[in-house]
Design a protein around this ligand. Sequence first.
Ligand code: PLP
Length: 453
Amino acid sequence: DQTLNSWEARADANSFYGFTDLPTIKERGTTVLTHGKGAYVYDVHGREFLDANSGLWNMVAGFDHPGLIAAAKAQYDRFPGYHAFFGRMSDQTVMLSEKLVEVSPFARGKVFYTNSGSEANDTMVKMLWFLGGAEGKPQRRKILTRTNGYHGVTAVSASMTGKPYNSVFGLPLDGFIHLSCPHYWRFGKDGETETQFTARMAAELEETILREGADTIAGFFAEPVMGAGGVIPPSAGYFQAVQPILKKYGIPLIADEVITGFGRTGATWGCQTYDFIPDAIISSKNLTAGFFPMGAVILGPELTDRLQAAADAIEEFPHGFTASGHPVGCAIALKAIDVVMNEGLAENVRTLTPLFEEGLKRLSEKKNIGEWRGKGLMGALEAVADKDTKRPFDGSLSVSERIANACTDQGLICRPLGQAVVLCPPFIFTPSDMDKMFDRLEKALDGVFAEVA
Ligand code: PLP
């Protein structure tokens, strides 16, 4: 078949893509990649792209880190696979759990492994449900999350995700409640100060708890900085305002650090950047620097004790995945944590952040950029039709997608999310990569704004 003579046609013929906006992808065409080097990836035609999104936020050490590849090879040679059921687990799993508790903000804790961030959130929800069931009390089942929060795609984690597209699946499931998105620039009312806005977010939380009944609510999940919602840092004082309310009603606060963990926001954890200690942390993505699919639930002391007691009461926690605590994944994660924390990558995030912010700020002066925002090395530029009124472009123009497509033409991969263009560079970025990224993005912005504005 002549129509199937290219890699792109073969991809389109046999791969059913997820999260692909068909009209804009059709316009741009599929890109088939063969390899990566540093922060760059290459396609079947030898074209080079600077990946300013670290793959899917996760390839923080770049695409060819020799230490990570060596760790993977060594572990494949030694013990290429095992599970963590029936009281057996690999030595790598033991060492990674020790390391994760050590680098967590918790004085002590326990770790449970999954294959993805979605499954880690799913697991955490099941743990919270399990508490009531195994303690012989009425279950607290409702889960609180926020509009624009992203927590994954399994039936439960998609229910937690606060995006309208879930309705085509008939989701959310019952009992998943989405609070407001704490994005002051977009959702602050006329004349409302940021402090008042944060107080309104907290009041909404308490009203919701009282309306639903505190003893029906199992937990509150939040990303320290919303990622797939469009890189949305919380309004000032947000976590300091909501945490005391959650404590008052005995509702655990779970930090979904799938993107913000391991240095992305400057500190090891996003919760440290925003100065709060949650009851548990959800980790994935940069946990293995994207070199292995793996997620983890890291429980703080109180949930550790309650879950252990609940499991002891029925002599089991009946949950786990075949590849939970996979030895190769654990060996890679141990190396990734070492590379990020001890080989200068986390430090590089802190060093590059002022340069990153400067670039975002500079581009935000353009007529059709309403806001720049970000924390550490995750940032966004929000496109607007009118800067003064913050009026967005007509959605049918797909402005952010056109910008992302124009970036691809310039050899830059970035991500359109809503009306924002998102940048989340790998931690190995150099100042020269940073310049290249902003130059290419500026060309793309100018080209698209000239067409639509
Ligand atoms: N939680 C957050 C904050 C995420 O950003 C993501 C993925 O982007 C997930 C959970 C889901 O992770 P996964 O795609 O590995 O299932």
